[in-house]
Design a protein around this ligand. Sequence first.
Ligand code: PMP
Length: 295
Amino acid sequence: MAATSGEARFQMRTVYVNGEYRPENEASVSVFDRGFLFADAVYEVTSVLGGRLVDFSAHMARLKRSLAELGLPSPGSEAHLLAIHRELVRRNDLDEGTIYMQVTRGAADRDFLFPSEDTPPSLVLFTQANTLVDKPAARTGLRVISVPDLRWSRRDIKTVQLLYSSMAKTEAKRRGVDDAWMVEDGMVTEGTSNNAHIVAEDGTLVTRALSHSILHGITRAAVLKLAEESDIRIEERSFTIEEAKRAREAFITSASAFVMPVVEIDGTPIGDGKPGPVATRLREIYIRHARDTAI
Ligand code: PMP
């Protein structure tokens, strides 16, 4: 359904809420939903290219792990969730963008104790139409600042507890740059909504090893595999902001940004201050992989 008001054409989306497809302005969840009251919820964001889903199975595997870590009930099989994703692509005529999916521990009277195990989970999905491939930032690169990482210690679980990341990104914008890299015990953890990587002076791709300290990025995993196949040397270890500033290149990965070069950290240009060849090549290779394997 499309409504026209003056110059602006506003597209009313169809969203999915607990078994129903509804216009976005008619969809609602309970005020007692534990996602709303306790951030007792996990999510996934899957990108859509040419109307097809990128790295879908990997996103579902991570969802399953997040649910298990928190003892959250499953919202349904991978096939069921795939059918909902595809139906939302169809109903919203989505060619390029993302699908957000959130699973919460359901609605129950407010109590710190988890509700009984037969409380049904809430399941919400919606689309966001967006240009993902032809992004000007891929040609100019991103500028980031560093901030202390003040999040909780289980960042490997993809919870909706995103307040600190949201504050850090807003602070970055307020300071005239694009994003923030978070630092803990002197080492970079990750970006506010992406994994952080550098290319060392000898061409080695350096990226923090997986642990509870960072989200196990689906795009990170895909890009590392593609980099390995392209004979790029990889070192999974922590690095400091100082090392990143001296690096040949820096870049981030995420489902919606793919691979995006970083050209400045805390005011210091990285390399010659322009997107580097490794990040640019990995972006191309990843986009090709995404298009070739999307379902
Ligand atoms: N780290 C954080 C904190 C994130 O929020 C995200 C994106 N949700 C990522 C890394 C990148 O993960 P993915 O490649 O699976 O999108």
